[in-house]
Design a protein around this ligand. Structure first.
Ligand SMILES: [Zn+2]
Length: 125
């Protein structure tokens, strides 16, 4: 996690994320924004509950958001996609990673977090 930077927050939120959302729409993959900006008290709560491995999440500096996947069932109702191995996750993650060298996807972590898309700019950027 880099310190908060308005440049990075703007680029992540207003440049990268709209491309990601547009890509999902073009692929007819239904995504739904879950947690975006997070404050330290929420991060500490997740960390203490074992639901996050860090207190230095990019959510804290407006450079990470979680997008859940939805599907419409035969009854026409929306449902969460619970399967983290659903092939559309890889499509979304690979696209996200292609947007910028600083883009990383939680689906690559040992403890998978397929909904997580983050941006951690390289030092030389
Ligand atoms: Zn996340």
């Amino acid at each position: 996690m880099k310190p908060f930077s308005l440049e990075n927050a703007y680029y992540f939120t207003n440049v990268l994320i709209p491309k990601y959302v547009a890509f999902a729409k073009a692929q007819k993959i239904l995504i739904f924004r879950g947690e975006a900006q997070r404050f330290i008290d929420r991060q500490t709560e997740l960390y203490n509950a074992g639901r996050s491995w860090t207190l230095r999440s990019d959510h804290l500096v407006c450079c990470a958001e979680d997008y859940e996947m939805l599907m419409r069932g035969d009854d026409g109702k929306l449902r969460w996609v619970q399967d983290e191995n659903h092939p559309d996750w890889e499509k979304l993650g690979a696209y996200w990673e292609s947007l910028d060298p600083g883009c990383y996807w939680g689906g690559r972590w040992d403890s998978k977090d397929v909904a997580h898309v983050g941006f951690d700019p390289r030092e030389d950027d």
